[in-house]
Design a protein. Sequence first.
Length: 459
Amino acid sequence: MTSSKGDVAVKHIESRVNLRRWATLTRRRPVGGPKDPVDLDWYAPWVASQRSKLPISVSVLLAHGRTGAGDDGFQAVWNAVGEYTRTTKDISIDEIIDHLGAAGVLGRENDRADTDAKRLLIFSLLGWQSMVYLPELNSHPLGTLAIQHDVDGPDSGLVFDRYVISYSADMCDRPLWVLLKCFGNLLPARPSDRAVNGSNVAAIEKSKTAALWTALYPNQLNAYLLHTLMRVKFRWVDSLALHLDYDKSSRTLSLFSFPSICVAHLRARASGSVGGGGGGSEAGNKGNAAFEALIGGAVFAFSSLEVDAADPRADEDDIAHFLEEVLVSFRLLFGQSAKSRKLFRDVNHQNDAPFHQPDTLLARLCSEKCVEVPMLPPDRSIYYAARDFPVLYRRVELLADELKGAKPTSIRDLLKDRRDTLQFWTFWLISVFGGISIFMGLVQIVLQAVQIAQAAGKI
C-alpha cells in the first residue's frame, strides 16, 4: 500500500460518514407491491450498523472501488460480490478476490497484510448478505476468520464446532461450503442416508415408514407450553445458523429475528437469479438494481456440490428447505396457538432484539391466526418432523422430546397443560365431583350438628 497513515485515517472516517448515505441509497422499494407482507426496510440500516465495525485496514481497501466523491467504494464491492456469488457456483474467497481485482473493484496488491484484509472483507460480506453468520471483527489479528458469539451466552454445542480459524489462508482457497463446514453445522443438511431413528426422512406420506414419523400437533408443541412447562427463555438472534438452537443447560431457545430475508433468498432462487440465471426477481423488484444486489440469494453460495458425502453438507435444495422451515417453525411455535400468539407480544421486546428496527413480517407470522406470505406453505393441523422439517429435523425433535418429558410441577401448570386431553378432563371431573362430595359432606355435618343441638334442647 502507498497510503500514509494520515490517508488511512481520513479514508476510514470517510467510510463511516457515508454509512447513512449508503443505507438511504439502498433502502428497498416494496418487494411485491403495497400489500406485500415482506419487509426489508430494516436491512440496509442493519448492514450499515455492521459495516461500521470494519477495521481500518479493511476500510482502506474500499477506496479502490470508489465511483464518485461521495462514495467510499463499499457499494461497488458489495454489488460485485453479490453478482459473482449469485451467478457462479463452487467458488472460494480467493476466487472472489481475484474476480474483484480483475474487475477493478479491489486493488491487486499482493502483500500479506492486504490479502488478509481482503479475505476478512469478503468473509464479512458473505455473512451479511446471507445472514447465516456474523463475522467477528477487531477481536482477532488479520489472518484469522472468526464468527461472532457471546462467550457468556447460551451455547448448545450443536451448531458451532469452533468460532475461529487461525490460519485463514489454509481454507480461503477452498469452496465456500468447505470453509463454512470448518465452523460447524451452520447450514444443516438432510442425513446422507436419509434415515433418522429408523424412519426415512425423504419418504412420501403414503409409504410404510410414514407410520414411524413423529407427529407434531400445534396445540402440543408451541411456545406457550415451552415457556409455561419448561420455563424456556427465547433469545432473538440475527444469525440464521442459530435458529431453533436449544441450549438445555440454560433452557434458552434461539430464534431468527428477520424472516423476510428467508423469503428474499427463496424468491431470488425461484426467479432464476441464483446459480447462473442472473435475471431480476419477478416478485416486484424489477429495475431496482440496488435491492437485487442487497440480497440476491447469496446464501446459496454456500451450497455443496458434493454427492453422498460421509459428512453431508447442505446442497441448494437443502438450503431452500432450511429457509422454508424457518418460516414454518414460526407458525408451529407461535402462529397456530392462541396463547402462543399472545405470548409472542409479551416476549418479543425491542430491548431484547438484535437490532432496533424490527422485521414486521416476524410479528405477522407469530401473532396472526391466518397469514399469507410468499414461499410459506399453508398451515397444517398436524406436522411431521420428517416431512415438514427434513433439514431442521433434529432440532425440532429435540424440542418435542424435551416438552414431551416435561410434567406439570404445580396446580397452575396442570391447569394450563392440555397436551393430554384425557388427563386434563379427568383432573377436572375428579375436582368437580370431589368438590361436590366435600360440599355435601360439610352440609351433612352441619345438619347433624343442628339435629344434635335440637335434641339437647339448645335450639
